[in-house]
Design a protein around this ligand. Structure first.
Ligand code: SF4
Length: 395
């Protein structure tokens, strides 16, 4: 099965959590052939055998937020952009098995050669944030900015966590991609070319970066809400603002609150709070350290033994950090469980199913971005890579 991402259409609309049944969102469950049951005690052995059979023909990527049962088979782990670049650095690997979510597999397809095939073991592994900005909505918002007379002075910047067609939109319209590590440079670059930034799709990363790193004020930001008439803004608000923040958020990082920060400081005396910039502004303001997933990993790895850390990011990663650093106290920032539900769709049965099919010569769940979208998305990615002094890491 090949899934093609095409500009102008959202071929893989993913169900936003909690919005009822959508048979289309369950497409990944119906794997052609036999999906092994999760209770199969031979799953680990089957995965090992399939992995060994594939050898260097396959390269398995594991995102930091992935389950342990899957991450043990990853040839490399990392954030989304690092993984896409790792894939591009393995031109001899025929198959890139991406244990992450859909937009990440698209990015890998954009950055790898046409001979390489990118596989997403479960097509239902999407990203709720990426799904919050669809091309048709963004094109309508662009027209709204034209009506307000500001489109010629607006530069679109999209976070890595967006679909390929949104990245291509930015490429076509003079904009760029950014990661959470280089959002500051991307916003600075955009404001040298225009007077305003349309920041997609994560309002929190846009707001946190603008206010905490570029010297802008909260009053310089307005929220562009695709679900409200006129996108929830007046012409005057759009003309007055510098940051036009798309109303999207991460359903994982968006759950932390200022109360989570206060409560953990009570529970764990002397704790250092470290949070991802996808968290709400109040959370980031209350944290001691703020940065990307890679930054969080490095900060805790190099912290003094005996120190305590409350981490505001996805729970699989926080649990692994706690296991990897028994000389430090590492706790989750909140008291409620908070996995990335869509990322966790990639489980061992799906990985075994995908790899065994590849061993049998059947390419399943291929993610393929159409050539025009790929071209313009690559333009936006290349603009990011050309930013001065960037460290391109994310998610
Ligand atoms: S953690 Fe958030 S941004 Fe990352 S894949 Fe999951 S929903 Fe998307």
């Amino acid at each position: 099965m090949t899934v093609t991402s095409t500009a102008g259409t959202a071929r893989l609309p993913l169900l936003l959590l909690g919005q009822g049944a959508d048979p289309g969102s369950e497409r990944g469950v119906e794997c052609p052939g036999d999906l092994p049951p999760a209770s199969d005690p031979g799953l680990v052995d089957r995965a090992r055998r399939a992995r060994d059979s594939l050898g260097d023909r396959a390269f398995v990527l594991g995102h930091h937020y992935q389950r342990d049962e899957v991450i043990q088979f990853a040839d490399v782990t990392g954030d989304s952009f690092k993984l896409a670049r790792e894939a591009a650095a393995r031109p001899d690997a025929e198959y890139i098995v991406f244990c992450g979510v859909h937009f990440m597999a698209e990015s890998a397809d954009i950055l790898t050669s046409d001979d390489q095939q990118v596989i997403l073991p479960d097509l239902a592994a999407g990203c709720s944030m990426a799904d919050m900005a669809r091309l048709v909505q963004v094109e309508e918002a662009w027209e709204r900015l034209a009506d307000a007379g500001v489109v010629d002075v607006t530069v679109p910047i999209t976070y890595m966590n967006s679909s390929a067609d949104i990245k291509a939109f930015c490429g076509r319209n003079g904009g760029a991609v950014c990661t959470s590590s280089n959002a500051k440079q991307a916003i600075g670059w955009a404001l040298e070319r225009g007077e305003k930034v349309l920041f997609l799709p994560d309002q929190h990363l846009g707001r946190n970066t603008a206010v905490l790193q570029t010297g802008l004020e909260l009053d310089d930001c307005v929220v562009i809400d695709p679900h409200r008439p006129d996108f929830g803004v007046t012409d005057q608000q759009v003309r007055d603002a510098t940051m036009l923040l798309w109303k999207g958020h991460c359903s994982v990082h968006g759950r932390f609150t200022a109360d989570s920060v206060a409560a953990v400081r009570d529970r764990v005396p002397g704790v250092n709070v470290i949070a991802h910039p996808e968290c709400q502004h109040e959370v980031v303001l209350g944290a001691d350290y703020v940065g990307s997933t890679e930054y969080i990993i490095k900060t805790i790895a190099t912290a003094e033994p005996g120190t305590a850390w409350a981490v505001g990011t996805e729970l699989n990663l926080v649990k692994r950090l706690a296991q990897d650093h028994p000389d430090k106290t590492v706790v989750f920032l909140d008291t409620t469980v908070c996995f990335c539900a869509t990322m966790n769709r990639i489980d061992l049965p799906h990985l075994v199913w995908a790899m065994e099919n590849l061993v049998g010569g059947r390419v399943v769940n291929r993610i393929e971005v159409d050539p025009d979208t790929k071209h313009w998305a690559k333009v936006a990615l290349d603009r990011m890579l050309a930013l001065p002094g960037i460290e391109a890491a994310k998610d």
